[in-house]
Design a protein around this ligand. Sequence first.
Ligand code: BGC
Length: 422
Amino acid sequence: MERFPDGFWFGASTSSYQTEGDNKGSALWDWEVKKGWERSGEAAGSWERFDEDLACLKKLGADAYRFSLEWSRVQPEPDRFDDEALARYAGWARKLKAAGIRPIVCFHHFSEPKWLLERHPEGWTGDQVGRLFLAYVEAAAGALDAVTDFIPFNEPMVFALGAYGAGIFPPGRLGFFSLPGGPVPAAGERLARAHNEAYALLKRLRPGCTVGVAHNVAALEPAKPGHEPACEVWDELMHLDFLERTRESLDYIGVNYYTRIFVSRAPWPVPLRCLPGYAEVEKALGPLFKLLGGRRDPGPRTGMGWEVVPEGLERVLLKLWRRYQKPLVVTENGVAAAEGVDRAAFLRDHLAAMARAMDAGVDVRGYLYWSLTDNWEWGTYKPRFGLFTRERKAGPAVELFAQVARERRPPKGKKGKGGVHG
Ligand code: BGC
């Protein structure tokens, strides 16, 4: 690929709960204590330090910034929207725009108000929460006059799985996650419906705006020959089902890509049907993981315990393009620091993988690195994804990022594993 096409979004992503700090109105605030997690506390302090974040974006030469609104700040009580909070977010968007940086606003990045689940403990497995979500989107979008790009949900299926299957996010339900008709697909279906309704609403409120989803898509591989059907089960549940339900309400598909996953056929026929080889699943199952046929490769790992597989990004982009023929945006891609992990190499190799997909004809419209600064990684500060530290000190990939932004051209890179030495 010669150069980024005109209008290509090149920037970074963050989320409110992970960066703003002191989000006491979120259901996650007490949840952290209940789970015994490391407290999010001040996070990256972005609620007070937005101007420093803006300075970081300028250093990068970024022309796009994806951030999320904290629902519990915008609507601290069921019947009250907070004009001051909305004015602050609207001010951020104006400052970004004045600096030539496109604000891309996400309305839901895992965090929900405490009052929401107190009133509706069934959450997204019931029909009330979607209605309330739309009222919040309507109030917030109305205030964000400088924003033309919206994302109703970040990783809806990761959220559905975390909240209604794996017990990670409030309300913390545990269950067989791939069970058809179970709470995870039920929540997924309602999240898709809310996306479609938010799309129609936003198009009506702000004609000409763009609306996408930031969808977590891993590069899946069957753990063994013969395990392809298990791989398809996981692909349907986590990737395709949501996209099928929302395909008419997506101006582009945003892809959050991090790594590859091997999927095994579970030794029991129902109701789980497959065993996805995430680092987190391996950790949760301990020795059982291997006994049940789980597969993870022994290669070097990031600070999340994830493999670095740049060509997986190429595969994922090609696959989604072939199936949907919709523009794609890499809405998240990044690496948590670890011994032997080279963030600049990771960035170079993933940009090269994206460029190969574009050369093959895939319509990619943007790349947003996760994350601008180190932040609270859902229960811990250990994994550090930031281009900048929480003190806003530039890390090792900032120079390369700024060079790519200046030249508007992905660096030349070979096809390879990249990003990890050794
Ligand atoms: C999420 C982020 C998270 C990142 C790294 C994505 O799944 O959207 O909130 O920090 O991955 O784990």
